[in-house]
Design a protein around this ligand. Structure first.
Ligand SMILES: C[S@@+](CC[C@H](N)C(=O)[O-])C[C@H]1O[C@@H](n2cnc3c(N)ncnc32)[C@H](O)[C@@H]1O
Length: 389
């Protein structure tokens, strides 16, 4: 298939607080004109870089390829502009489609209606040309189309990822309150972990943070376990080029230089984590155990903790404060000389850790606004920076 180095604009979507990390990841892929937006990064890329961004980026949720933008004054303008797009050059009537819409406009108020009108325009164009039409599959479409309507400005994009990139393919089951794979990877990258110090999550639940840490330490591509991307159903899909990207990335996989530990008080959570870790074929790199974090210690000289404790959404305030006090006591007593990063939306309870955070980052875990805080337990108990009461 023909190779082209032609560049085109793209937009990678992410979570609030991960934009700069995503921009760094895209920069490493050599894309140009990077611009940080709200929960997104725009850039220019080649077809190879678009595939690579989908395969390698740990913090992108989906990568959109804008194909048209126009101004509308009425609902009819929207339909008229959409039916003008040469959809048949992008996919065939045999493909299934779905339309996602984000709407902040007075012309339309309902995003579902916008999606429906877009689908009508596509179907009508195919029917007029071929007397055949693509059908709709909202769950697993071949081609996902994205409409962004802000006031009178409409942008139409193809979703090159298809399903959200947080769906890495290794997590078949989850324990209570699992963290998104994209957020977990983003937290680890934001923490500045050196990939050499032992990594520990002592409330690991289904194991997401330990798996993402092992993938980062081994250079395993973010989408290594994924089989499907939206761009694979586009008419211009260059399979050979995608294979080249995968082969280059796989050649960079290394043995991790550190140990990775996950533990949890729940036996069920550890069983689930073990299942997921096996799916990711990382069972040789991640050691799991059922243990109360208060009993946990570094296995070697030092370790680097990244942890997502309960936020108290389902437990009593007294208990949550006790839990966070206990996290603080454990860090001070058992983890001197180590660094810990904790994410939580329980701001009050976080104060009861009793250590002064040396860094604070605002993130969102789903709809919950969270702080991602760093505690450093310096050598020598006197130097532990406790919070002045
Ligand atoms: C928010 S969940 C962690 C979810 C995890 N990040 C994931 O992706 O699945 C919090 C975990 O803390 C565990 N936990 C609660 N109290 C604990 C304790 N005292 N010691 C160890 N783990 C504890 C729970 O069993 C639960 O799995």
């Amino acid at each position: 298939m023909k190779r082209t180095n032609q560049t085109f604009p793209a937009v990678a979507k992410t979570m609030a607080g991960l934009e700069e990390i995503l921009a760094d990841e895209l920069n490493d892929l050599g894309v140009s004109n990077i611009e940080i937006l709200n929960r997104a990064v725009s850039f220019d890329c080649t077809q190879k870089q678009l595939y690579a961004a989908n395969y390698l980026s740990r913090t992108a949720l989906r990568i959109l390829k804008p194909i048209a933008s126009f101004t509308i004054a009425t609902e009819q303008d929207f339909y008229d502009e959409l039916i003008k797009i040469s959809w048949e050059k992008i996919f065939t009537f045999r493909n299934t489609i779905a339309v996602d819409a984000t709407v902040l406009s007075s012309v339309f108020t309902h995003s579902q209606y916008v999606a429906l009108r877009c689908k009508d325009a596509i179907v009508d164009r195919f029917r007029n040309k071929y007397h055949q039409r693509p059908s709709v599959d909202t769950q697993f479409p071949d081609v996902r189309i994205n409409i962004h309507l802000s006031n009178n400005e409409c942008q139409v994009s193809l979703d090159s990822s298809g399903a959200s990139l947080h769906k890495r393919g290794y997590r078949k089951s989850v324990s209570e309150a699992p963290i998104s794979e994209v957020l977990a990877a983003g937290m680890i990258l934001l923490s500045g972990w050196d990939r050499k110090t032992d990594f520990m999550d002592f409330m690991c639940g289904s194991g997401t943070l330990t798996i993402e840490a092992a993938m980062i330490a081994s250079n395993i591509p973010a989408a290594y376990y994924r089989e499907y991307f939206g761009f694979m159903k586009w008419k211009d899909f260059n399979e050979e080029l995608f294979e080249e990207i995968k082969n280059e990335a796989v050649e960079n996989i290394v043995e991790p230089e550190c140990n990775i530990y996950g533990s949890d008080i729940s036996e069920n959570a550890i069983q689930i984590a073990s299942h997921n870790i096996r799916n990711a074929k990382l069972h040789k790199d991640i050691q799991l155990e059922v243990k109360d974090f208060a009993e946990q210690r570094p296995k070697n000289e030092k370790c680097f903790i990244v942890c997502n404790p309960p936020y108290g959404e389902r437990i009593q305030p007294d208990d949550i404060i006790k839990l966070y006090k206990s996290i603080g006591d454990t860090l001070k007593q058992n983890f001197v000389g180590c660094e810990a990063w904790i994410i939580s939306s329980a701001y009050q309870a976080l104060k009861f850790v009793g250590l002064k955070p040396s860094s604070k980052i605002n993130l969102f875990n789903g709809p919950l606004e969270c702080r991602f805080v760093k505690f450093e337990m310096y050598e020598g108990s006197r130097k532990i920076r406790e919070v002045e009461e």
